[in-house]
Design a protein around this ligand. Sequence first.
Ligand SMILES: NC(=O)c1ccc[n+]([C@@H]2O[C@H](COP(=O)([O-])OP(=O)(O)OC[C@H]3O[C@@H](n4cnc5c(N)ncnc54)[C@H](OP(=O)(O)O)[C@@H]3O)[C@@H](O)[C@H]2O)c1
Length: 316
Amino acid sequence: MKKLSILVAVLLCLLNAFSQSPAFENDVPVDAAMNVSDRLSIDLTAVDTPVLTSRNAMPYALVAGGSKGIGYGIAEALAKRKYNLILIARHPDSLLAAKNKLEAEYHVNVETLAKDLSLETSAGEIAKWCVEKDIPLKMLCNVAGYGGAMDYLSLPLDSLRYMVRLNVESCMSLCLTLLPLLEKNAPSYILNVASMAAFAPIPVKNLYSATKSAILFFSYSLSYQLAQKKISVSCLNPGPVFTKPEIIKDTKEKMGWFGMQMAISPKKVGEIAVRRTLKGRLVIVPGALAKITSIVLRALPRRLVVAVYDKVGRKK
Ligand SMILES: NC(=O)c1ccc[n+]([C@@H]2O[C@H](COP(=O)([O-])OP(=O)(O)OC[C@H]3O[C@@H](n4cnc5c(N)ncnc54)[C@H](OP(=O)(O)O)[C@@H]3O)[C@@H](O)[C@H]2O)c1
């Protein structure tokens, strides 16, 4: 019986390891062709001069990385609940497209700011903009992140630094710089996006899993630090999310039926994330299979999990 339960646990672990692959490969939320210096050279200007309208009576949510993918799914779920929005991303064209779509469909006010969140100055600039406009900020969602098929010992140092700055530093900085506004508008919410990769060390994606577990740990502690201020902190940890066609293809090819059961659309992730954030849930894992896997991953000894991930990673 004991052997059987260990076998089941290892199997679940292995399945999850496979489930991470398409997510990771497509988990690169920046154009794969762009090198780091290209990414950092994008002009950092506001896309449109914010004209705050009468809709401002409603609270605002800021979605860092809200023009596409999971961030857009979160923005849509918030717009559905009549939140006005501030969307942050680097590319003005996709920001504008998201703004037009959300405003037309949900009749909310959407402001956009073109910023590279990996830059040290961005969090301060965003907070300054929000304070100057006296934005009634109720929710901060830190979504933008960078990952790839392989990272540490494969990527150059500037790409690794970019990953740490975007995945960890921008989240940490925005939480701090926007804290006064969130406090002013309490009860309020912080939603940080990590990943299933946060639950285990993954040798081939060493730095990605390390940055995502940093976000998970940061969120755990922050929820205690901010509880008295009536600011609720949540951490979203999805498995594969179909944000790009390649993810669907990879999931079908590598994981077959099981992968398709575990994967989830960005719209559904956004809806689950917002619903549970508003309920004050700390750790959010969308989907029943992903949730079971995350429980198993956390229960198993780290040494076993890392060994399994290493074996699976080497096979590829
Ligand atoms: N997709 C998955 O399977 C999956 C699974 C687990 C966790 N996640 C996590 O979920 C988050 C979103 O992933 P996704 O697949 O939805 O990505 P995505 O579809 O590529 O969207 C990423 C969003 O963030 C913005 N962004 C990226 N880099 C940025 C930067 N340096 N500065 C400002 N904005 C930036 C993008 O716009 P611009 O390109 O215009 O900047 C876009 O709005 C990430 O943190 C990722 O690690 C994803």
